[in-house]
Design a protein around this ligand. Sequence first.
Ligand SMILES: [Mg+2]
Length: 218
Amino acid sequence: MSIRIVLCDDHQIIREGLRSLLEKQPDMKVVGEGTNGNEAISLATQHSPDVMVMDVAMPDLNGIAAARRLRESQPRLKILALSMHSDRRFVTGMLEAGASGYLLKDCAFSELSNAIRTVASGGLYISPRIAGSVLQEFVRHTKPTRSKPQKIELTSREEEILQLIAEGKSTKDIATDLHVSVKTVETHRTHIMRKVGAHNVASLTKFAIREGFTTLEG
Ligand SMILES: [Mg+2]
């Protein structure tokens, strides 16, 4: 039985390249391709793949938020993050969201195919180049600390709206995208601003970038 894979990345050339390489593997089959987190979720529902190879920085709904939702809706699905970002926030964000692996985009194809087989069979895979920082993070969290900074807890809806605001979408556009009223979006925005301690969209955007909800890449 081959490993059924969905690819999700906002860059077409990455998806096309990966698909053509993966299709040459006798034990793998690409069953779908998506460009953002929302598509990842609907493709997972549609195809029930074994593995989702997923980018982290994607428009509309990023990989971290998507992984968190997939963990609820598709608990058997294995998620392998594939990103250009080695930043600790992205890596731990994905792993905390339930990803089984994290690979950097400068890896060789053989490393990716091995990582897919590893996560498909229930294992974990982290790029050697970032494994060190993941361990450091783990050690830091297990050490008793006197003053732990308060973690800001946003609901998944709030996270989604935060990303859309940071991407420059208007309240009206967001309302249309999410099929809710402008007033609902405004209420969410007020809650987000209060939780984050932001007083305007600029500081909200700065927070979103710092926390990895969105990037400045085009
Ligand atoms: Mg991307």
